[in-house]
Design a protein around this ligand. Structure first.
Ligand code: PGA
Length: 242
């Protein structure tokens, strides 16, 4: 399973380094072999080797150039970062990134062989407009995206669930994930108000391959527990198959 922490605009470089060290220590002590991704703020990126993979929350679709305020691939290469989050709802809705811009970014980092966590998800009014409208909206977020890319991970994150404490029901997550699995065989994460209280149930869903966690991941102990939940679920699956 894939357990990812989106630290957003939180934690300085020093705090991030302490966070990653504590996480790394936990993963080693508890023999956790799941795929663990951490996305720090761009100025908190640093070289890291261990079980945790560090990814960037954003980067411009260029190695370098005149793009004030952005970082490029050169800045990622400095810290050996080869994983990127693209299409997060805050980039789409707060920072106004269009599908066209996201596709450009996707293609650039695909070309460089990056692991891409590509986020999709609908705002509340779209969900309330019914299933057909919702699926049409989500399908448009797949436009221009190579869904067969081998280093692709998709994260379904309903916009209305992000940072709000609201989540779809487990049944709703399962239903939409099943639908989305028809569009791509890439691992599919759920994100949006995953907490220590619901992480285990979400991870146990058949069509969920992992979680992308925001606010609850800021507490490293909580995030460690979520990694442990995933490990226990995988261990159980292995036992049942023997
Ligand atoms: P949240 O954020 O867990 O705080 O809802 C998730 C995300 O934005 O990836």
């Amino acid at each position: 399973m894939i357990i990812a922490a989106n630290l957003k605009t939180n934690l300085t470089r020093k705090q991030t380094s302490e966070y990653v060290d504590e996480l790394e220590d936990f993963l080693n002590k508890n023999k956790i072999s799941q795929e663990i991704l951490v996305f720090p703020a761009p100025s908190s990126l640093n070289t890291h080797s261990g079980k945790v993979t560090i990814g960037t929350q954003n980067a411009y679709a260029a190695a370098n150039g005149a793009f004030t305020g952005e970082i490029g691939q050169d800045h990622l290469d400095e810290f050996c970062v080869k994983t990127i989050l693209i299409g997060h709802s805050e980039r789409r809705h707060v920072l106004g990134e269009t599908q066209e811009e996201l596709v450009k970014k996707f293609n650039y980092y695909k070309e460089q062989g990056f692991k891409i966590v590509y986020c999709i998800g609908e705002p509340l009014e779209v969900r309330e407009a019914g299933n057909e409208t919702m699926m049409k909206y989500i399908s448009a977020q797949y436009e221009g995206i190579d869904t067969d890319y081998k280093n692709l991970i998709i994260a379904y994150e309903p916009v209305w669930a992000i940072g709000t404490g609201l989540t779809p029901t487990l049944q709703e997550i399962e239903t939409i994930h099943k639908e989305l699995k028809k569009k791509s065989s890439a691992p599919l994460l759920y994100g949006g108000s995953v907490k220590i209280t619901n992480a285990n149930d979400v991870l146990a869903l058949k069509s969920v391959d992992g979680i992308l966690v925001g606010s609850a991941a800021l507490n490293v102990k909580n995030f460690c527990s979520m990694c442990e939940y995933a490990q226990n679920i995988e261990n159980k699956k292995i036992k049942e198959n023997i």
